[in-house]
Write a protein that binds this ligand. Structure first.
Ligand SMILES: Nc1nc2c(c(=O)[nH]1)N[C@@H](CN(C=O)c1ccc(C(=O)N[C@@H](CCC(=O)O)C(=O)O)cc1)CN2
Length: 280
């Protein structure tokens, strides 16, 4: 069965629109997101424009700061510091990846944790990892929202995550663990990867390599979440080979699976941060 991220996101947007209307009535303005886009990465430009359109659809406001590829690290940091001080901005997002000459961690950690819609600051990551609140990164949060939408309870399942990035692999492993799955985290040094993937009741793949997971690596009846977005000859492919859909109990398509839920979770995070800062 298809886990339809596109339609689930639309439904969530409908409920969000009602909440934003109420906020606007009460406070006179909607939550505002500022996105920072450095350079000319074509895929990143698509994503930031999707984020802007999604804000518009639910009645939130946003702006995108397009910055030259050659911007200096201290200029970028100064910009973020000024955005941190601006009370009309509720969420700040630095689109990744950044150019190589910029220290990504330094820049991301300049964002005020109370405006960190991406949940990538050390404070938010620490809070999520200690279960003391905080904002979870959008993709893992979106995956959890999608599982919930389809009433999939992961308690007791063996969840295998392939990929250990700060953006997806590590935090989704933590969120699945918090939902009482037994989690195995695999990465590029994992030996005998298929031994692990074959024993997964729930398999999450976030490596960025087309057809990394083939049918023989998946247990029939498993739930398969494909986070990969690989562009080839103008088409999009996930990390999981299309033949896997014939043996999975549930699977996410690419496109139309995890991607739209990532944008959805971002809107969710923006609203949550607005509510915390405005004591709603
Ligand atoms: N600051 C961040 N940078 C990046 C993040 C992030 O969460 N925060 N994640 C990815 C990119 N990303 C969001 O920024 C993202 C990727 C894909 C989609 C999406 O909707 N994909 C569609 C297909 C879109 C297309 O045609 O290209 C789908 O899967 O259906 C949304 C957001 C890296 N950077």
């Amino acid at each position: 069965m298809l886990l339809d991220g596109k339609n689930s996101a639309k439904e969530y947007e409908d409920s969000l629109r009602l909440k934003i209307d109420k906020i606007k009535e009460k406070s006179g303005r909607a939550p505002h997101l500022t996105v920072i886009m450095v350079g000319n990465n074509e895929a990143s430009k698509t994503y930031v424009s999707s984020k802007k359109k999604a804000c518009l659809r639910v009645g939130m406001t946003s702006d995108i700061k397009y910055l030259d590829e050659s911007i200096k690290e201290d200029e970028l940091i100064a910009l973020i510091e000024s955005l941190n001080k601006n009370d009309d901005i509720d969420g700040i997002l630095v689109q990744l990846p950044l150019p190589k000459h910029i220290n990504e961690s330094l820049v991301v950690n300049t964002v005020d944790p109370l405006k960190d819609v991406d949940g990538l600051t050390i404070l938010n990551a620490g809070k999520v990892f200690t279960k003391t609140g905080g904002v979870a990164p959008a993709t893992p949060k979106g995956i959890m929202m999608l599982l919930e939408k389809y009433n999939i309870n992961v308690c007791g399942m063996h969840a295998v995550v392939v990929g250990r990035s700060n953006l997806v692999g590590l935090p989704i492993a933590k969120l699945l663990n918090d939902s009482d799955a037994t989690v195995t985290l695999c990465h590029r040094q994992t030996r005998h990867l298929s031994t692990f993937t074959k024993s997964a009741d729930l398999l999450v793949v976030a490596v960025g390599k087309k057809d990394m997971i083939t049918k023989d690596m998946v247990k029939p009846g498993a739930i398969v979440i494909d986070v990969g977005i690989n562009r080839m000859d103008g088409k999009l492919y996930g990390d999981v080979s299309s033949e896997v859909s014939s043996i999975a109990s549930y699977f996410t398509p690419v496109p139309g699976g995890v991607g739209p839920m990532t944008i959805n979770a971002l809107l969710h995070n923006l609203l949550e941060l607005y509510e915390v800062r405005h004591d709603c």
